[in-house]
Ligand binder design. Structure first.
Ligand code: SF4
Length: 251
């Protein structure tokens, strides 16, 4: 039986992995899907965590799109919709499938305030063996960041900038406040995403007006109005559980 930890270069998945290793030892496999859109400092964080774990992380890397979300959008002419984000589907799910074995126990990095996510997962997949070490121990996201720092590891650079995740720079799961922050901090990455969005056309627009006469209508990133940048905006994690859940409606 394998205990599979999906390490996503975030603090919660780091602590969940560390706890799983402490509990299950050699039965643990740690995997990470490399994403070219992430900040380069995520790789430094991964290396620091490998030293903390005392174990190597198996890196899976998409070759078809060179692990680059922008390349996925350009070639599939689709960014995201009701069926989820095309980047997570193309850059993670297929890779993770190549790694899966029957009977794997999945380590979920849900924090104590995310019990509802665990409930949803178990309701959807009652036969899928899982453990949720952070919920079992009542650990929050803040606890996890503190534990990582106490281990002498510097958090990923985007956390230090105030972001709540270490997702790709300009993650398509973000909202207007998040994208204003990305436009300020990472203008080149913002432009690259805005350009491909414009190239594909209105059906690909990520953001919608939240109020006013245009409420509900989509608008392009290139027309994102000035306003408050929000680095603390909560974004869904881009992890294995999302991929498994997405299989429900994208297979
Ligand atoms: S972090 Fe965001 S942009 Fe990157 S692959 Fe995941 S959903 Fe896509």
């Amino acid at each position: 039986m394998r205990i599979v930890c999906q390490f996503s270069c975030g603090a919660a998945s780091a602590v969940a992995t560390k706890l799983a290793i402490a509990q299950y030892g050699d039965g643990c496999e740690i995997i990470n899907a490399y994403l070219a859109g992430e900040h380069a400092d995520n790789r430094r964080f991964l290396a620091d965590c490998e030293a903390w774990f005392g174990r190597k992380v198996v890196i899976l890397r998409d070759e078809k799109y060179d692990a680059d979300p922008i390349e996925v959008f350009r070639r599939t002419r689709y960014i995201k919709g009701r069926q989820g984000a095309s980047c997570t589907k193309r850059l993670k799910r297929d890779l993770l499938r190549t790694f899966e074995q029957p009977g794997d126990v999945l380590v979920l990095g849900y924090t104590s305030d995310e019990q509802w996510r665990l409930d949803d997962f178990q309701e959807a997949y009652p036969d899928r063996p899982v453990v949720a070490p952070l919920i079992e121990r009542g650990l929050t996201k803040t606890d996890c960041k503190t534990m990582v720092e106490r281990a002498g590891i510097t958090l990923p650079f985007m956390y230090l900038q105030g972001y709540q995740n270490a997702n790709c720079i300009g993650c398509v799961k973000g909202g207007a406040g998040y994208f204003r922050a990305i436009r300020e901090d990472y203008p080149e990455e913002f432009k690259r995403l805005a350009d491909v969005e414009a190239e594909i056309g209105p059906g690909a627009y990520i953001l919608r007006h939240r109020s006013g006469p245009l409420k509900g209508q989509r608008f392009p990133l290139h027309e994102l109005p000035a306003g408050k940048a929000d680095r603390k905006e909560w974004l869904p994690a881009c992890g294995v559980t999302c991929e498994i859940a997405e299989q429900e409606y994208t297979s």
